[in-house]
Design a protein around this ligand. Structure first.
Ligand SMILES: Cc1ncc(COP(=O)(O)O)c(C=O)c1O
Length: 362
């Protein structure tokens, strides 16, 4: 059975703490999962509805308008130049792509996939689904003479909020090019820089004027509140994208046409993006102060959707301490062994729930 080759689904182990937190008289403040709670922008909902009467199959490659909107948004928002619309491929949210990318690219049993020390669990799942080996490493030094087939980056990071600087990214790109390693940069939190400016792997300061061997994975779940729509895309090296497109066409991995329309509008709406950023910025300040004033230290967290917090005790002790106060967070070990003294606190709760959490911590 394939599922037997995969790790236990981590969230199941949080059920006990969830029960404790839900019993709080003031109700649960759920800061465990990074699931958006704010409205879907009206223009996006209208776009979805406007093409609800198209009976035919959509294109796996997406509409030309969607691909053009991606190229424009990456140029405007992140300074990515030289991207061709053909090298854009919509995905059904980014989790499915993360889980299947190694398999789709033909990574197999004799290959190694490198993932960050502390990482979104699906990178490991994707390597295991391809039958490949997994190595956790943040430094190229740790990899020695190895030639991994694929290396994941995630800046800003889930769970730590750490941002990788231009110099670091350049080093990874040149190291990977020498070895023929594909670098895949998960950039789903790229629009959420607070104390640092996140940079795309496809920015000319990082990759020059060549995108060969590089892929950037994006999601509209957090930037446009579209988690329920399942809306993402992958872009970068035109040859790798053509290969992914060829396989995904066979496999029926197609973004529904109404979602393609919604994505096109969301990618053009920088005002909605700014509004959402402000909401998260406010909640981040409230939660940061409440945690810091009450015995927590916050590490990294200069960008992204989470606070990486510690009380210098085990992650589960902190999870349970917060659960007693009706606040549910994720233990650091969900993301890797080195998370054993941290918890991940999501900024994705309403202003009212965030205020309730701050009050209970005081
Ligand atoms: C680092 C990272 N990558 C990818 C995803 C997947 O997001 P989605 O499938 O909603 O696009 C998440 C979701 O939380 C994430 O944290």
């Amino acid at each position: 059975m394939t599922s037997a080759t995969l790790p236990d689904f981590p969230w199941d182990s949080l059920a006990g703490a969830g029960q404790t937190a839900r019993a709080h008289p003031g109700g649960l403040v759920d800061l465990s999962v990074g699931t958006p709670v704010d409205p879907v922008p009206e223009a996006v909902r209208n776009a979805l509805a406007s093409v609800s009467d198209i009976p035919g199959y959509p294109a796996t490659h997406g509409t030309p308008e969607l691909r053009a909107a991606v190229v424009e948004a990456l140029r405007r928002r992140h300074g990515v130049v030289g991207l061709v619309p053909d090298a854009v491929l919509p995905t059904i949210g980014s989790k499915e792509l993360v889980a299947w990318l190694p398999r789709l690219l033909g990574v197999g049993a004799n290959d190694t996939v490198v993932i960050p020390e502390l990482a979104y669990p699906t990178y490991e799942v994707g390597a295991l689904l391809a039958g490949a080996g997994v190595l956790r490493a943040d430094s190229l030094f740790a990899l020695g003479p190895q030639r991994p087939r694929l290396l994941w980056l995630n800046s800003p990071s889930n769970p730590t909020g750490r941002v990788l600087g231009v110099e670091h990214l350049r080093k990874v790109v040149s190291w990977a090019r020498e070895r023929g390693t594909i670098v895949v940069s998960d950039e789903c939190y790229l629009t959420l820089g607070w104390d640092a400016e996140p940079v795309s792997i496809l920015h000319p300061d990082v990759c020059g004027d060549r995108m060969d061997g590089l892929l950037a994975v994006h999601s509209l779940s957090k930037s446009a509140n579209l988690a329920s729509y399942r809306a993402g895309f992958v872009t970068g090296d035109p040859r790798l994208i053509a290969e992914l497109l060829a396989v995904r066409k066979h496999a029926g991995m197609i973004v529904p046409r109404p979602v393609q329309e919604a994505m096109t509008v969301a990618l053009a709406d920088d005002a909605a993006l700014a509004t959402q950023r402000e909401r998260y910025a406010r909640r981040r300040l409230v939660l940061t102060k409440a945690l810091q004033d009450n015995g927590f230290r916050i590490d990294h967290s200069e960008a992204g959707l989470y606070l990486w917090a510690t009380r210098d005790e085990t992650d589960w002790q902190t999870v349970n301490w917060l659960a007693e106060r009706g606040i549910l967070v994720a233990p650091g070990t969900f993301y890797g062994p080195s998370g054993s003294q941290h918890v991940r606190v999501a900024l994705t709760a309403t202003d009212e729930r965030v205020a309730a959490a701050a009050e209970r911590l005081a």
